[in-house]
Design a protein around this ligand. Structure first.
Ligand code: ATP
Length: 398
């Protein structure tokens, strides 16, 4: 509710930069801005720079010294558990919260003290903050109206935005309360785009929608990002949502960013146990280097020769093995690591099947493709194996 009022206030005050008229009239002309690319060797342009940005509420530090560059035209998602500081961070970025310490630069200019209505940014809330009992057209045109855009031009731009958001033109005159949840979501997006903001911020806008609609809108948002070429900064609890949509993901914990990178980088090389577990089902083992190339699996009570692990003698770390890297061994089959366990349960996940296998006090997760699934009985004793080349050594915990 607080955000809804604040959102309405943001719109009501309006950001008064004179947007190029007609820019949104022809969505096909909204070519994506070029982003930096590791492949082409281009360097991304930094649109927003956060330097040691901090927010404390009394003794509680909600955001701790976050340093981060947001690239022009990227889709950045900030993901983290409840209370990790995502909303507080994004509220500072749009100017709804003043930083306690640190700096915020927009295209090189310090904007710590610039109020929300003077920033070229726009926020889309979970609650959408639409004006009820007004038409779709009135909602979408609102930012244009407060900028005193002539009526005919307002309507043309609103219709172009409805088209961009895949809403039929007939919806222009429809009461927004007579739209479905997904349609209202699109109206809110169209209104945000009517601001023609430099950066669009999204605070969990899809979390109240049902699973199928959420899936559809995730793809539509990603398409919209490509079509408009704008910078999108999105926050969510859902890592899956982050993976589907983002160019980069920042993972937050306790007010800090634990890791930032492409979905692929974060998936394949999590920096620590928190990120690895946040990324989904993984097997994590405490390992210790025994010297002379020996690696001891502390919780399994097994050791093996692993000279390639390059750990100092006595060094303790966490080793990650993804469920699909684990195998049910057939008689005579070997692997670098082999343990005996009992199959406790099976979970069908569509194209894949997952199994929990108890090994002493540990429960391992093993995943197979459906056509390759385990056909033995539950409670059967099995041999589970995996190879060191399919493991990943996590960094030292902070
Ligand atoms: P969620 O996903 O549940 O929305 P979040 O990651 O967005 O959580 P924040 O809402 O930023 O987290 O909250 C971070 C911490 O700051 C929490 O402990 C929260 O209680 C606290 N907090 C946020 N806003 C305020 C406030 N205005 N006054 C006091 N504490 C606050």
């Amino acid at each position: 509710m607080r955000d809804e009022r604040a959102g309405a206030a943001l719109y009501a005050q309006g950001w008064r930069r004179d947007a190029p008229l007609g820019r949104l009239l022809a969505p096909v002309c909204l070519a994506p801005r070029p982003q930096g690319s590791a492949v082409t060797g281009t360097v991304p342009t930094i649109v927003l720079r956060l330097e040691r940005l901090t927010k404390a509420f009394g003794d509680l530090v909600a955001v701790r010294e976050v340093t981060l560059d947001i690239h022009d035209g990227e889709f950045l998602t900030i993901v983290g558990p409840s209370g990790s500081g995502k909303t507080t961070l994004i509220r500072m970025l749009v100017g709804m919260e003043r930083p306690s310490a640190g700096d915020l630069f927009l295209e090189g200019e310090r904007i710590n003290d610039v109020p929300a209505n003077k920033r070229p940014t726009c926020m889309v809330f979970q609650t959408l903050a639409l004006f009820p009992h007004r038409t779709v057209g009135e909602n979408v045109e609102f930012p244009l109206k407060i900028r005193k855009t002539p009526r005919a031009e307002r309507k043309a731009r609103a219709l172009a935005l409805l088209q961009l958001l895949r809403l039929p033109a007939e919806y222009y005159g429809r009461n927004v309360m007579h739209c479905s949840g997904g349609e209202r979501q699109r109206v809110a997006l169209a209104r945000a785009l009517a601001f023609d903001p430099e950066i669009l911020f999204f605070d969990e806008p899809l979390s109240a929608l049902d699973f199928r609609l959420r899936k559809t809108l995730q793809k539509e948002l990603k398409d919209l990002h490509r079509e408009t070429g704008k910078t999108f900064v999105y926050i969510t609890h859902s890592l899956e949502e982050a993976m589907v949509m983002s160019d980069r993901i920042a993972i937050m914990r306790d007010g800090r960013i634990e890791q930032i990178g492409s979905p692929d980088e974060i998936y394949s090389a999590p920096v620590n146990r928190f990120v690895a577990e946040f990324m989904g089902e993984v097997n994590l083992f405490s390992v210790r280097a025994g010297g002379d190339g020996r690696l001891d699996f502390v919780d399994l009570g097994i050791g093996l020769s692993a000279p390639a692990m390059a750990l100092a003698p006595g060094e303790a770390r966490t080793l990650m093995v993804r469920p699909d890297a684990m195998r049910f061994l057939t008689p005579g089959e070997t692997a670098d690591c082999v343990v005996e366990g009992t199959v406790f349960n099976e979970y069908a996940l569509g194209s894949r099947h997952q199994y929990s296998v108890r090994v002493g006090d540990l429960t391992l997760s093993v995943e197979k493709l459906r056509e390759d699934r385990y056909l033995g009985a539950l409670d059967a004793t099995v041999l589970i194996g995996w190879d060191l080349e399919d493991t990943y050594l996590l960094g030292a915990e902070r």
